[in-house]
Design a protein around this ligand. Sequence first.
Ligand code: FAD
Length: 502
Amino acid sequence: MRTAPVVIVGAGPTGLTAATLLAQYGVECLVLDRWESIYPQPRAVALDDEVHRILARLGLRDEFAAISRPHLGLRLLDRNMRVLAEFRRDVAQGRHGYPQGSMFDQPELETILRRNLERYGGVTLRGNAEVTALTQDAGGVRVDLTDTATGEHESVRAAYVLGCDGANSLTRASIGATMQDLGFTQRWLVIDVATEADLGQWEGVHQLSDPARAGTYMRIGNTRYRWEFQLTPGETPDDYRDMGRLHPLISRWTGDIPAVELEIIRVAEYTFRAQVADRWRDRRMFLLGDAAHLTPPFIGQGMCAGLRDAMNLAWKLAGVLDGALAETVLDTYEIERRQHARAMIKLAKLIGTAMTAGGELGNVIRRAVAPRLHLVPGLTDLATDSRTPPLHRSDLVVRPRLRRGLAGGLCPNAIIDGDRRFDDLAAGRFAIVTSVEPSAAQRADIERRGVVVVVARPGSELRRWLASGAARAAVVRPDGAVLHAGRRLTCRTIDAIRPLGG
Ligand SMILES: Cc1cc2nc3c(=O)[nH]c(=O)nc-3n(C[C@H](O)[C@H](O)[C@H](O)COP(=O)(O)OP(=O)(O)OC[C@H]3O[C@@H](n4cnc5c(N)ncnc54)[C@H](O)[C@@H]3O)c2cc1C
């Protein structure tokens, strides 16, 4: 039987990201997907700067820039297209070094993710490979698969399995996990249109709160546009497959542009759900991405959450396989990520409910509440600088119970010197960011452990960041999250875990 240290079930954005990160740490993996190539249906179109930073980490900074366009943020509109609330995004460079919001087309992103993966020798991506069973024992996992082109069955033995197999995950069923419903289910119509004409609209996400029919509009490429509309009971996508039927829905945005100049690329129906799996791990098997959580896409966070999962788990798993980290660090994955995913889903639900709730009465409430939405805990950070909540406390997120502090948040990808940013020095490695210049002996001791030292000079962005958490030194993990921050330069926490070599 063939063996692989890691088998990844599913080559969607989550599986491809996990495979690339593991490959960067030198971990061999086999990625299996039931389809021969990329799933072509319209799905994700927006991502934030934290996730842009992950793509850059994969080596896709320039490739992603070429297929994406920065956007100005999100507007909640009433039925007369008046702005009820606005969440602005910086299109230049936010604290992660990238535009705070970007638009793209998911199949195009998956194309560059796949092409990039080919750069790594240790990864095999196999299409037409449907995983049919996962059986775990003390030493590993048996992965049974069927080659959907030949019908042949085979088995692979893996030390670990990452279930990145989407909403109907076999891995989830195999570990006995079930989805917990967070109470949001709606049928929506998703439409992609191409046109050379300029629609002349505000270049951000428009969330339309029309009691007659809620909708979303955004420009996703030079000639590509996306609309999403809530379906009423009994309606199906077949009711909207020709431009004659579709045009009345989108004409608020297309104005005088004749229907013949608008080409329908795809019309599809999706059921938007808010769900989180009740467990994300059973011994050697993990759930990531849509297999672990589903969110209504109102704040563009479904795929983003999957990439955050991969970023969180990859360095820990690589460290365990390398023998550098204790197996117990794998427990921190679900502890840290579950709460974060849940918090983002709740925010998406809130925006979705603000858009779609309650007919005329809902309209009155919306007018009163929408302008104050940015004051809702969680939405404040998201609204002001696209910041998401800190990771939950764990053995690798050490912070006092009652203080928020820096631990669990991301270290900014600040400019350190010249053109070099934090990630150019420290991505994938432990780092200590300190405003206290270490002594020669301290520096030698820290660097001997493979840890990068970054001194936050007076007046620098990193200095201000440390001060914002009342800290003088912070230990930053290989995924950019802060493990611990304090008033003194100490290696006590670092001592506990021998870092991965850089
Ligand atoms: C209309 C819409 C709009 C969206 N907008 C956004 C957005 O703007 N921003 C955002 O971040 N997210 C958005 N999302 C969500 C995003 O598309 C998903 O969260 C993302 O695709 C999940 O990625 P994944 O890799 O976890 O799962 P998937 O993309 O579902 O990939 C799973 C893969 O596993 C494979 N697979 C499944 N079972 C097996 C098996 N047994 N054997 C082998 N292979 C298997 C499948 O073939 C598939 O390739 C949107 C979704 C929708 C529907």
